[in-house]
Design a protein around this ligand. Structure first.
Ligand code: APR
Length: 174
């Protein structure tokens, strides 16, 4: 499905309509991709985030992008991995689905995601990649207003995991 791409890079440089931020429930910044996005966007991003009153895990809230080369930042707190028995799978799928729903509502056509929850939140990356790819593909099948979703992987191991997950979902050539 050409509408889903897997790349390696820095999401703060993506020139798409919306980039997704792997945030925490306070929405007040942090390390990892959250820190990178806030650094690149500048202080107005945090100022707008302060007005949002946080965000529950699995849900998504959008802000302007300020100094970033995109139109919106969609913030979503992913689940912290606790071994897989605390509803982590459903919550991670909700992050992807709710971010795409926000993007559609904002009239976005192109969206870039980081690998949500697989850093500080320790969600196993191969497992997270399957959930991400399956959820994005399911959404794209019923939402042709989104023309391209890009998974932006920061390192080679993450890139390989998402490429593997995408290959596993492609129809096998008879
Ligand atoms: N571009 C793309 N991906 C990035 C970038 C970047 N500039 N920087 C880091 N990443 C990748 C990480 O390598 C990892 O694969 O984003 C993925 C998610 O890792 P984290 O940023 O640690 O996010 P997460 O695991 O969801 O933990 C969220 O960390 O930064 C805090 O405030 C955040 O408390 C929240 C928690």
């Amino acid at each position: 499905m050409e509408r889903l791409k897997i790349t390696q890079g820095d999401i703060t440089q993506c020139q798409v309509d919306a980039i997704v931020n792997a945030a925490n429930t306070s929405l007040l910044g942090g390390g990892g991709v959250d820190g990178a996005i806030h650094r690149a966007a500048g202080p107005e991003l945090l100022a707008e985030c302060r007005t949002l009153g946080g965000c529950p895990t699995g849900e998504a809230k959008a802000t302007k992008a300020y100094r970033l080369p995109c139109r919106y930042v969609i913030h979503t707190p992913g689940p912290i991995w606790h071994g897989g028995t605390a509803d982590e799978n459903r919550l991670l799928a909700s992050c992807y689905r709710n971010c795409l729903a926000q993007a559609s509502a904002l009239g976005c056509k192109t969206v870039a995601f980081p690998s949500i929850s697989t850093g500080v939140y320790h969600f196993p990356v191969a497992h997270a990649a399957r959930i991400a790819i399956d959820t994005i593909q399911a959404y794209l099948q019923t939402h042709d207003e989104i023309t391209c979703v890009t998974m932006v992987c920061f390192d080679a191991a993450t890139l390989a995991a998402y490429q593997q997950a995408l290959e596993e979902t492609e129809p096998k050539h008879a």
